[in-house]
Ligand binder design. Structure first.
Ligand code: F6P
Length: 554
C-alpha cells in the first residue's frame, strides 16, 4: 500500500507545483506562444468526438508533467479502476457509483454484491423502449383514448437538470409530437404556469424521484394528481396517466402509480449522474429511443477514452488538472462554462449541480479537514449573450476566472453568416482573454486614432486589458446525441478526477440535509400549527411572524 499522507497538500508533488507556480508567475501566455510556434498543435487532445484546445493556459510541458505526477500520486489509476469496477467508492453511503454501467455494452459484466447488474439495466432500457413506442403509436393513450400530446416531468435536482438539459439541447432530434415540460420548483408558480396550457386528457405525468421523499416533487405531484382528477380524470385513470421513476416502489405505489408504470432507480446511481437511467425517460419520450441510445453511446465512448488514454491525452484528466492548477495554485475562486450554442443554454445549470454538489466538501474521505480549497464556484451562460453582460469582469476585473468555451463547428441552423459570426466571437473572446492589450498598446492605438497624447495617456489605463486569463476551447463537429453524451460524461469524469486529488467523496451530499431538516421545523410554524416564537433564533421567529400576518394565519 502506498503511503497515505494526511491531506493532499502534504504530498511532495503538491509542493513541487507550488514552487513551479512561483517560477511561472512572471511568464505570460503571450510569451509561451512566442517561444513555441507548435504550442496550439501540441496542446490539443481529441476523444469521443470532442476536441480540446488547451493551449491558452498558464502551463508548460513541465506544468503538465507535474500535474500528472500529482494525479498519479493521488492514486488516480486505482480510484478510476475502482469506479468502473463497481467498488464502494461512495464511502459515506457504502455504495458503488455506477453511472458508467448504465451505458455499458450488453455483454459486459458489472457486479454489485456479486450480481451482474447489466442485464437489469438492459431490461429497463427495453421497457423504456416499449413505453416510448406505445406512447408514440398512441397505444399507451390517455383514459379517453386520445393519444398523449404532453409530458410533464416532475422532479428536482438530478431528477430534473440533466433530462431538461438534454431534451432542450437536442431539439433538432425530437421525434413524434410530444411536448415535454418540467416542473421542479416548490414555488406554486411553476406547476400553475405549466398546467395552465395543458389538456388533462392528453397529458402524461412522470414523477421522477430516486427517494420518492423529496418535498418539492411530492407536493407538485399531489397538485398534478388533483388537477387531473378535478378536470375529468378518475382515480383509476391515475394509473394510466402517471408513471414514476424511483428506487422507492412502496411510496410510489401508495401514491397510486400502477406497479407496471414504475421504472427502477438503483442506489448505486447518484441523482446528478442519473440521466442515463430511466430518469432519462423525458429524453427518450421526446427524442425517441434510438437517440437516447445514441446519447448513451457517446457517454460510453467518453468512458472508454477516460479509462484507456494516457493522462496527458485524456480529456477529463487534462481538464480536471488544469482546474486544480488554477483553483489550488493560482487562487481562482470560480470557473466559467461558456457554451457558444443556444441549444446548450442549460448546460451550466446541470454542471453546477454535478460539480458543486459533488465537490463542495470540506473533509477528506476519512473525515479529516481538507487543507486546500475544494470545488470552485461554477457558473456561466451562452455566448455571445454573456459578452454583453459579464465578460467585462473576465477581461478587466481583478479576479482570475478560467473558462471553458464550448462550440460545435457546424450549426443546426444555417442562418446567413450567423455561425461564422458566433465562431468569430468565441475565438475573439478566448484570444482577448489570453493576449489582452497592454497600456502602451492602448495608448498608441488612441494616438493613432487621432487623440492628443495627454488625453490618450489619461484614457489608456481604462482601455488596458491585462490578458493572461486562461481558457479552453472544446469543439465538436455538430451537437448530436453522441457528442452531447460524450460532453456530459466528460464533465462527470472531470468532477471525479478532481475529487480524487482532494480525496473527497464526490458521490454523497450531506450538506443539503440540514436545510431540509430546518425547513420541516419551520413549516408548521408558518402554517400556524405550532406556537410562533419557537424557531430557535429571533431572526427566524421575526420573519415567521411577518409571514403569518401577511397570510392571516391564526
Ligand atoms: O437535495 C439534493 C438531492 O438529494 C439531489 O442530490 C437529488 O438529485 C435531488 O435532491 C432529488 O432527489 P430525488 O431524486 O430523490 O427526489
Amino acid at each position: 500500500m502506498a503511503d497515505k499522507p494526511a491531506t493532499p497538500t502534504d504530498r511532495p508533488q503538491w509542493r513541487t507545483l507550488a514552487q513551479h507556480k512561483q517560477e511561472l508567475a512572471q511568464t505570460t501566455m503571450r510569451d509561451l506562444f512566442t517561444q513555441d510556434p507548435e504550442r496550439a498543435r501540441r496542446y490539443l487532445v481529441e476523444g469521443a468526438g470532442l476536441a480540446l484546445d488547451f493551449s491558452r493556459n498558464r502551463i508548460t510541458d513541465a506544468t503538465l508533467s507535474a500535474l500528472i505526477e500529482l494525479a498519479n500520486a493521488c492514486g488516480l489509476e486505482q480510484r478510476r479502476s475502482a469506479l468502473f469496477a463497481g467498488d464502494i467508492v461512495n464511502l459515506t453511503e457504502n455504495r458503488p457509483a455506477l453511472h458508467t454501467a448504465l451505458r455499458q455494452r450488453r455483454d459486459t459484466d458489472v457486479r454489485v454484491n456479486g450480481q451482474n447488474i447489466v442485464p437489469e439495466i438492459r431490461a429497463t432500457l427495453d421497457r423504456m423502449e416499449q413505453l416510448v413506442s406505445a406512447v408514440h403509436a398512441g397505444k399507451h393513450a390517455g383514459h379517453t383514448g386520445k393519444a398523449f400530446t404532453d409530458v410533464v416531468s416532475i422532479g428536482i435536482g438530478g431528477s430534473f437538470l440533466g433530462p431538461k438539459l438534454v431534451v432542450e439541447a437536442l431539439k433538432p432530434f425530437w421525434q413524434g409530437n410530444l411536448r415535454c415540460h418540467f416542473v421542479a420548483n416548490i414555488d406554486g408558480t411553476d406547476i400553475t404556469e405549466t398546467l395552465a396550457g395543458l389538456n388533462p386528457e392528453t397529458t402524461l405525468f412522470l414523477v421522477q424521484s430516486k427517494s420518492f421523499q423529496t418535498q418539492e416533487t411530492l407536493e407538485n405531484s399531489l397538485i398534478a394528481r388533483q388537477w387531473f382528477v378535478d378536470n375529468g380524470g378518475t382515480k383509476a385513470a391515475v394509473a394510466t396517466h402517471f408513471l414514476a421513476v424511483t428506487a422507492n416502489v412502496t411510496e410510489a405505489t401508495k401514491f397510486g402509480i400502477a406497479p407496471g408504470n414504475i421504472f427502477p432507480m438503483w442506489d448505486w446511481v447518484g441523482g446528478r449522474y442519473s440521466l442515463w437511467s430511466a430518469i432519462g425517460l423525458p429524453i427518450a419520450l421526446t427524442l425517441g429511443m434510438d437517440h437516447f441510445r445514441g446519447l448513451l453511446d457517446g457517454a460510453y465512448a467518453m468512458d472508454c477514452h477516460f479509462r484507456d488514454q494516457p493522462a496527458g491525452r485524456n480529456l477529463p484528466v487534462v481538464m480536471a488538472m488544469l482546474s486544480i492548477w488554477y483553483n489550488n495554485f493560482w487562487g481562482a475562486e470560480s470557473h466559467a462554462v461558456l457554451p457558444y450554442d443556444e441549444y446548450l443554454k442549460h448546460l451550466p445549470e446541470h454542471l453546477q449541480q454535478l460539480d458543486m454538489e459533488s465537490n463542495g466538501k470540506r473533509v477528506t474521505q476519512n473525515g479529516q479537514d481538507v487543507t486546500c480549497q475544494t470545488g470552485p464556484v461554477l457558473w456561466g451562460g451562452v455566448g455571445a449573450n454573456g459578452q454583453h453582460a459579464y465578460h467585462q469582469l473576465i477581461h478587466q476585473g481583478t479576479r482570475l476566472i478560467p473558462a471553458d468555451f464550448i462550440i460545435p463547428l457546424q450549426s443546426h441552423n444555417r442562418v446567413g453568416h450567423h455561425h461564422a459570426i458566433l465562431f468569430a466571437n468565441c475565438l475573439s473572446q478566448s484570444r482577448a482573454m489570453m493576449a489582452g492589450k497592454s497600456r502602451t498598446e492602448a495608448e498608441q492605438e488612441l494616438i493613432d486614432s487621432g487623440m492628443d497624447v495627454s488625453s490618450a495617456k489619461a484614457l489608456a489605463p481604462h482601455k488596458t486589458i491585462p490578458g493572461n486569463q486562461p481558457s479552453n476551447i472544446l469543439m465538436m463537429q455538430k451537437l448530436t446525441p453522441q457528442t452531447l453524451g460524450a460532453l456530459i460524461a466528460l464533465y462527470e469524469h472531470r468532477t471525479f478526477v478532481q475529487s480524487v486529488i482532494w480525496d473527497l467523496d464526490c458521490f454523497d451530499q450531506w450538506g443539503v440535509e440540514l436545510g431540509k431538516q430546518i425547513g420541516n421545523e419551520i413549516l408548521p410554524l408558518l402554517l400556524g400549527e405550532e406556537k410562533a416564537g419557537s424557531a430557535g433564533d429571533s431572526a427566524t421567529d421575526h420573519l415567521i411572524q411577518r409571514f403569518r400576518s401577511a397570510n392571516k394565519c391564526p
